[in-house]
Design a protein around this ligand. Structure first.
Ligand code: FAD
Length: 491
């Protein structure tokens, strides 16, 4: 008889777990509190505009390829990818725009024009980053981190130093580049995915290899096309999705979970995978005596940022911005200190604009643009309409100052999103957007564990456990949780 599994949550990690298990003959049911799949990678359409609500950077295409290949499929069976060129742009001030070309030779020329001698240094920096990327992908990232012994292999110990695990990204960058502009250009993937150059190990320069060498891509129709593709694949394997099915408790007897309850029903299964936020599952769904981590533990974690987001429908075309544009015209370090050192609303925030209608005609009516504006902010901040409005005005003013365009009269649709929405929509601890930051002390076996210490049929996946925040890590995390279950049956 096939074994049954309940997966709590239909984000990337939950769908990945469900699909791998279904392919291996398990009977899988996914319970999702919201009315559709995707989790933080939601989608909405209004007034003719379409918005991806969360992720907008399709990075590490190899991880998506590898995921679909597990099932004998290709990404192109589900969506069409285009490589963005420029990959993205920065504004370091009015008239100080830097477009990052997809072509590597052009990028080398760009670096050289900013800091003479930096082209050769970039090549050296990226050859190290490539080594880290390959070691991480082949030896580290797919390890569940249940115990330190997984990493105690001579080969891995030897590579730890070459991986630069014990130095900071900040000091690593400073060894290569004098130009602050260049350092900020290489630092931003870390900032926007949950860390600062100072608190992130230099190992994560692997992200720069992923970004620069493997490219920035866009699935035509938007990031939600990836979710649709994954759901369609999961359903074809027999996964059952139940929406509007919020889990309200998990009960246990002895050393096993015996029931998962929603408001209307009770379910039993041989295994449970929790892909909803780890903190929520532990603190709100499990009986107190089965919690592996205390509230004190969670409060001592370094969370990735939350975000204040504006989804704007603009009734004209916009100049001076691309698909991805970053406004680094204000002090980035100061902004980061408002996230990590002194959690508070930043006075002069750095801004990220995503305008997918620059690439995708289906995202906005003809002659118009869909503008997504994101400000990374500390989790757990007070989130009121007044504060959001204050930042809306900051966004409008900065956009006008930097690009010379007054968009205010052209905004025909506006929606804001921040902490209280993350909490309401995803049960997100302190309204976090991306889970736990990738600090050294929150890496691999030092993250909350994928397997419950007492309940042998309860597993965790998603951005608060291994390997960490981001869509590719969520896909990997989902596969690993499924494989742990499959392996447990072989023992
Ligand atoms: C604004 C934003 C921008 C981002 N940008 C990028 C980017 O550009 N590139 C990138 O790679 N990553 C990006 N990320 C990160 C990435 O989106 C996430 O790391 C990833 O989607 C997390 O997937 P997950 O499966 O771990 O969690 P989630 O997507 O949160 O899925 C968990 C699911 O569990 C459900 N759930 C919660 N509680 C319950 C319950 N009690 N019962 C049933 N279901 C429940 C939730 O509704 C949700 O659907 C971004 C994230 C955000 C928020």
């Amino acid at each position: 008889m096939s074994k049954s599994v309940i997966v709590i949550g239909a984000g990337f990690s939950g769908i990945a777990s469900a699909s791998v298990l279904a392919m291996n003959g398990f009977k899988v049911r996914v319970l999702e509190k919201n009315d559709k799949a995707g989790g933080r990678a939601g989608l909405f359409a209004d007034s003719g505009f379409t918005f991806d609500m969360g992720p907008s950077w399709y990075w590490m295409p190899d991880v998506f390829d590898k995921y679909f290949a597990l099932f004998g499929k290709k990404t192109s069976d589900y969506y069409d990818l285009i490589r963005l060129d420029p990959s993205y742009s920065f504004y370091f001030g009015k008239g100080e725009k830097v477009e990052v070309p997809a072509d590597f030779e052009k990028l080398l020329k760009l670096f050289e024009s900013i800091e003479p001698g930096s082209a050769a240094k970039l090549q050296h920096f990226l050859s190290e980053a490539e080594y880290k990327y390959k070691v991480a992908m082949n030896k580290f990232v797919y390890k569940p981190g249940l115990s330190i012994t997984e990493f105690l292999q001579p080969e891995l110990i030897a590579s730890a130093f070459k991986m630069h695990m014990f130095s900071s990204f900040d000091s690593h960058l400073k060894k290569f580049f004098k130009s602050k502009k260049i350092r900020q250009m290489l630092e931003f993937p870390i900032l926007f995915l949950g860390g600062t150059a100072k608190n992130t190990p230099a190992m994560y320069s692997l992200m720069n290899y992923g970004d620069i060498k493997l490219g920035t891509w866009y699935p035509q129709g938007g990031m939600y096309k990836v979710v649709e593709g994954m759901v369609s694949l999961a359903e074809s394997l027999g996964v059952m999705f139940e929406y509007n099915a919020e889990v309200t408790s998990i009960s246990a007897a002895g050393s096993s979970v015996n029931k998962v309850k929603t408001l209307n029903r009770e379910y039993e299964a041989d295994f449970v995978i929790a892909s909803a936020d780890y903190h929520h599952v532990e603190q709100n769904l499990l009986p107190e005596n089965f919690r592996s981590y205390s509230e004190k533990y969670w409060n001592s974690r370094v969370l990735s940022p939350s975000s204040l987001i504006f989804y704007l429908g603009i009734d004209c075309k916009l100049d001076g911005i691309e698909h991805h544009t970053l406004f680094f015209d204000e002090d980035l370090d100061k902004h980061a200190s408002h996230i990590y050192e002194d959690p508070s609303w930043p006075e002069k925030p750095s801004l990220y604009f995503s305008c997918t209608s620059k690439t995708d005609p289906t995202a906005a009516p003809e002659g118009m643009e869909n503008l997504f504006v994101l400000i990374p902010v500390a989790p757990g901040l007070e989130d009121t309409d007044e504060i959001r409005e204050k930042y809306y005005r900051i966004v409008l003013d900065r956009f006008k100052k930097i690009t010379g365009q007054d968009i205010e009269p052209h905004v025909i649709f506006k929606r804001s999103y921040a902490h209280r929405d993350f909490e309401k929509d995803y049960n997100a601890f302190r309204g976090n957007a991306y889970g736990l930051a990738n600090t050294l002390l929150q890496t691999a076996f030092l993250k909350p564990k994928m397997h419950h210490s007492k309940l042998k049929n309860l597993y965790y996946t998603g951005q608060l456990t291994v390997p960490g925040p981001g869509v590719p890590p969520a896909l990997i995390s989902g596969q690993m949780a499924a494989e742990l279950i499959i392996k447990s049956l072989k023992q």
